[in-house]
Design a protein around this ligand. Structure first.
Ligand code: AMP
Ligand code: MG
Length: 357
């Protein structure tokens, strides 16, 4: 890892930790925010915009105004006068939560930070540079039901994620604890392509500008394998939402691979992290809607984290993920993640191919 990479990773980790603190604060005020905006989904909307703005602002402060960021949200919704209550509520959260480091946030600064995420990945590629991609809250359904969600940030260059940071504010740091039970403050994973290690740190006490610590523990491929190897059966991580992954197809496939398998249904990219640390053996995302194209921010960070922990990450037919096609994984269909070596990934892909043909 170069020192430039180490610096960028520290900036990314601090930014994600700040955003995670704000998301947690919003999650603890679900009812009051719903009452203010008279909108059931408003807490996730507010946290989503606040998270994107915090991360864009932190990246811009560290890396300059020519930052290239491809993020999920734009400010159009908040600029609409009909949504003034959402804008006000988001600003209040930004000013009040100390970890946001933004006590004097103004509407214009907030909206312009959100719009710093409007880069076009194909133009970034044309000028030969890399770009950051961000899902400010992945797993919005999980966020609203008090379950798992993730703040996922990656730096992509030459068609591959190169740096990844993923905050999981409700995922227990202890991999022997249940991943389904919310366990704030959760943890943050970070890695660099080619490093062969993933650092997991607690989100407790992180998020302040001065924090550059990487205190935590490493997962290497050997550590993951040793932990996963003591299980007598396979564990499959998949979406809670059946609209996001074909759960009946995955059941057919898993019965072929290991009739004794168990399920770990989780929202968000934290599925990649639980496979990376050996808590699950597989992550399958099998297309459930014809023509759906996966978004790069839904996978870039998680995919690199699983890969550096020694997993093979492909689409559901075994093709490598291609992050060079724009905002979508246009050349891919679904996702399949399993440890490299040992044959599990190959047998799952073979079972999927038999099932779809
Ligand atoms: P998960 O929490 O893994 O179920 O995934 C959440 C993500 O699923 C969201 O960020 C959406 O971008 C994405 N998504 C939305 N519709 C679909 C779909 N039909 N198939 C797969 N993913 C979807
Ligand atoms: Mg998402």
């Amino acid at each position: 890892m170069t020192s430039t990479h180490t610096d960028a990773l520290a900036v990314m980790r601090n930014a994600v930790a700040s955003a995670a603190a704000v998301c947690s604060a919003v999650q603890s005020r679900l009812d009051s925010l719903r009452a203010i905006t008279k909108d059931d989904k408003s807490p996730v909307t507010i946290a989503d915009f606040a998270s994107q703005a915090i991360i864009a602002r932190a990246l811009r402060a560290a890396l300059g105004d020519d930052l290239l960021l491809v993020a999920e949200e734009t400010s159009a919704f908040l600029r609409d006068p009909a949504h003034a209550a959402h804008l006000d509520a988001a600003l209040t959260v930004l000013r009040e939560v100390p970890e946001a480091n933004w006590p004097r946030a103004t509407a214009e600064d907030f909206l312009s930070a959100i719009d710093a995420g409007a880069a076009d990945p194909l133009s970034c590629r044309a000028i030969g540079g890399g770009f950051f991609t961000l899902d400010p809250i992945d797993g919005t359904k999980g966020f609203l039901r008090g379950g798992q969600y993730a703040i996922a940030l990656a730096f992509v260059k030459d068609g591959h994620p190169q740096l990844a940071v993923m905050g999981c504010p409700n995922l227990a740091s202890d991999r022997t604890a249940s991943a389904e039970s919310p366990a704030p403050p959760g943890c943050v994973f970070s890695t660099t392509r080619g490093s062969g290690r993933v650092i997991q740190a607690s989100l407790q006490g992180t998020g302040h500008a001065a924090d550059t610590g990487v205190a935590g523990h490493d997962t290497t491929p050997a550590i993951r394998a040793a932990f996963a190897g003591v299980r007598s059966h396979r564990v499959l991580a998949e979406s809670v939402e059946s609209a996001h992954s074909d759960q009946s197809a995955s059941a057919i496939i898993m019965r072929e691979v290991d009739p004794a398998y168990t399920l770990l249904r989780l929202d968000s990219q934290c599925k990649y992290a639980v496979v990376a640390r050996g808590q699950a053996d597989l992550y399958l995302r099998l297309p459930s809607k014809k023509g759906y194209i996966e978004r790069i921010w839904d996978h870039a960070a998680g995919a690199l984290i699983a890969q550096e922990a020694g997993c093979t990450v492909t689409d559901a037919l075994g093709a490598p993920l291609d992050f060079s096609r724009g905002r979508g994984l246009e050349s891919n269909k679904g996702i399949a993640v399993a440890p490299a070596g040992g044959g599990l990934h190959a047998s799952v892909i073979a079972a999927i191919r038999r099932h779809v043909s």
